[in-house]
Design a protein around this ligand. Structure first.
Ligand SMILES: [Zn+2]
Length: 396
């Protein structure tokens, strides 16, 4: 049993910039951003998870969504008309903020409001930006987590659009407030959830499902201002014993968080501790821990014998020389080898079985001959046997 903590990268999925001023500052997305968005959206639409329906906001990429409703006769205004469009725009923000906080994307409400003859028209030309450099970077990050995170970014940003559309469509409070705006009054865009009060729990639920589908577990830990010492904290986030299914091959813990900097994992006995600082000392931080078993992809035929202590009983060598000189049939020889594998003396490679090979290749027999004569070592001999298993000649 061993622990491996992956490199820690803090990602802030924040940023709903609310700029209720229309500017002619649209910059089209790069080809890379366009292609990436298309790919991520295709994946997003195929997901089999429970999530908030974001089809309204997705529709605004295709054609303007028009929502109009009459006000009460006693209201200041008579009619409210909203026209909402969204387009992909170039990610412009310097992705590296203070403390290494990185933004995965932004959804910006950009609306102009005009009032005439009791009619309020809210014309929104919204922009979605995705940080393609960040979303596409490989680094040392686990591809399983990477894929999930990119979907989280997409969902998160779409929610900034969807939640506001939801209010325009059906919030009595928003509708009443808007119907009573004086001509110079400010429209309330807070439903787009800049503070993530609604988005955070939705996003957590979404992420937990995706992480589980990928074979891991997600833990969420909130770090409140009170439990920090001027922003600094050390807190127990879990125990290795909570994840017996991962212990055999090692546990890998990755952290994503909001409002956290200088984070570091330590372990004491079987407890896992997280320490760090709140970036903004007056707000709580959230740590999401993705817990996976260490991937087994590192084991392969060529590497495995080196890691395995091999003790081959003497009778195997005798059998092998008989097989090589024809005294023993291949079937009986293979039976013996199968026994060896089943007893755990030889390890089985974790690779896909190939089909279509039904005969021991000559090179394996040649290896076996050399081995029985002491010309090659046990490790090389085992490589040949493992090949036989991998192609299905020996089934174990
Ligand atoms: Zn956000």
């Amino acid at each position: 049993m061993y622990l491996r903590y992956s490199a820690i990268l803090i990602m802030s999925l924040l940023s709903a910039n609310l700029i209720p001023v229309f500017g002619d500052d649209y910059i089209p997305p790069t080809k890379q951003e366009q292609d990436l968005y298309k790919k991520l959206l295709t994946e997003f639409e195929k997901l089999d998870v429970q999530k908030r329906d974001v089809s309204d906001v997705l529709g605004t990429f295709e054609k303007p969504l028009v929502i109009s409703f009459p006000c009460d006769s006693t209201d200041v205004n008579e009619l409210v008309v909203s026209v909402i469009k969204t387009k992909l725009a170039r990610f412009s923000e310097d992705p590296y903020h203070e403390g290494g906080v990185i933004t995965g994307g932004t959804y910006t409400w950009k609306c102009t409001v005009t009032t005439s003859d009791g009619k309020i028209t809210i014309n929104c030309d919204n922009e979605l930006k995705i940080n393609s450099d960040f979303l596409m970077q490989d680094g040392e990050r686990d591809p399983r987590i990477k894929k999930v995170e990119n979907q989280i970014v997409i969902y998160h940003e779409l929610l900034h659009g969807q939640l506001m559309i939801g209010a325009i469509k059906s919030s009595e409070e928003w509708r009443n407030d808007t119907c009573n705006k004086p001509p110079d009054g400010k429209i309330d865009y807070s439903y787009s959830d800049k503070t993530h009060k609604v988005i955070n729990p939705l996003q957590q639920e979404f992420a937990a499902q995706l992480i589980e589908q990928t074979g891991g577990k997600m833990l969420v830990k909130e770090i409140t201002v009170e439990e920090t010492n001027d922003g600094a904290f050390t807190t127990k986030v879990g125990s290795l014993n909570d994840f017996p299914q991962f212990i055999k091959n090692g546990i890998r813990v990755s952290l994503r968080g909001t409002n956290l900097i200088n984070t570091e994992f330590t372990s004491h006995d079987s407890d896992i501790f997280l320490s760090g600082n709140l970036a903004n000392k007056t707000e709580s931080g959230i740590a999401w821990l993705y817990i996976f078993g260490t991937a087994e992809e590192k084991q392969s035929i060529s590497e495995q014998p080196a890691e395995t202590k091999i003790h081959i009983p003497d009778w195997v060598k005798k059998n092998t020389s008989w097989w090589v000189d024809g005294t023993l049939s291949s079937t009986d020889f293979l039976k013996g080898i199968r026994y060896l594998v089943q007893q755990g003396i030889m390890s089985v490679p974790q690779i896909a079985k190939h089909q279509g090979i039904d005969k021991v290749p000559d090179w394996v027999k040649q290896n076996a001959a050399w081995w029985s004569e002491g010309k090659i070592d046990d490790k090389t001999f085992v490589t040949g046997i493992q090949y036989l298993i991998s192609v299905g000649i020996i089934s174990v």
